[in-house]
Design a protein around this ligand. Sequence first.
Ligand code: ADP
Ligand code: MN
Length: 177
Amino acid sequence: TQENNKKRNKPNILVSGTPGTGKTTTSSALAEATQLRHINVGDLVKEKNLHDGWDDELDCYVINEDLVCDELEDLMEEGGNIVDYHGSEFFPERWFDLVVVLQTDNTVLYDRLSNRGYSQSKLSNNIECEIFGVLLEEAKENYPEDIVVALKSDTIEDITRNMTTLSDWVRNWHPPA
Ligand code: ADP
Ligand code: MN
């Protein structure tokens, strides 16, 4: 529709990936380097109650996707957002100029998630998700392939390199003609 064709002057980036791959670390560093706005969707869901209660089995909030999208629409239209969320499927495709999927070696990820005190089932669900590349598949299914980029996030050096890659991308971004 017409309404969806408004141009933004700054890009919107989605940073996705299995929990523990470094989305929040990467997003906050990138926000600092670029002056874009970091939106941690998990925190927002908690703060603004954009959920339908707690899922005991999955040990997480049942996110209300419509409420989250309504909450973010104006900011996304304005542009200049780094959206930090593990998944990518329920956001409107038109929101994003770049979709980053962070990936971590599963032994490294195992240690990170154990340090977080994840339960055994939550731990194995997430490790399996990473081994099967679920979130990269999801991103490729939901966005044009040329805006999806997978970045390795095993070490601090990876963070440094990703920061260079992503801040260069932001600097070189121009609104589509
Ligand atoms: P997410 O937001 O994806 O769940 P975090 O950014 O919270 O992940 O990172 C999880 C933990 O792993 C943190 O302790 C963070 O410091 C560490 N970490 C994340 N990415 C890396 C990396 N590339 N190298 C080393 N440690 C990392
Ligand atoms: Mn996080």
